[in-house]
Design a protein. Sequence first.
Length: 227
Amino acid sequence: MNNKLISLKGISKVFKVGDEDFTALIDVNLEIDSGAFMSFVGPSGSGKTTLLNLIGGLDIPTTGDLFFKNIKLSSMTRNQMAQYRRENIGFIFQTYNLLPVYSVYENVLFPLLLNGSKEKDAQDRVMDIVNKVGLSDQIKKRPSQLSGGQCQRVAIARALVKDPVLILADEPTANLDSKNSIQILELMSDLNKQYKAAVVFSTHDEKVTRYVRREIGLEDGKIISDK
Ligand SMILES: Nc1ncnc2c1ncn2[C@@H]1O[C@H](COP(=O)(O)OP(=O)(O)O)[C@@H](O)[C@H]1O
Ligand SMILES: [Mg+2]
């Protein structure tokens, strides 16, 4: 059985900043297995977000090839890329990125509507996931009425609801205190076991290290360790 979800082959990313070229990633080679629970660790500016954005199809590499299963991401059109994200990837961000005028329920429902589901067919699924992240009692509230930890639970539910094969979480605990960070990590670890989704974090929170099964170190755009 082929367990490989994502392959990166000789990936580099160069940003133009004024007249200058800035190399954010240099010759990154990496494979991510189905069901993985892993993190990219490194100082600020080491390329973690750039790498997650490439894997998630939010940006394209300057050189190299990226494969999802056996499909080459780097030769997809913009529309195919959008479809790849909608169908396969859940994103979780440091600042939650919830829709402020929507309730918890509506925020979690939204990706299913984008994927073409009817609300009446999606309702049970939404309620089930909201329950799983422990927010059944907050379903009608808006993000501004929730704590940071609760907002991140909504973001986790929103990422999971469409049953993605991969969740990309960019510094998901960076805005949380230590107690909430641990609760979020335990929840994500549980959900990774219950659902099939692989989870890839970027972080410089050393608490994350205790939870992941694989940790990839980044420095100046290069992979310096993999353990
Ligand atoms: N859109 C961009 N334009 C120019 N430089 C960028 C852009 N995105 C990231 N960079 C640069 O690339 C480097 C890596 O950034 P990033 O991937 O955000 O690092 P990290 O997430 O590890 O903090 C940084 O030096 C950053 O300034
Ligand atoms: Mg970052």
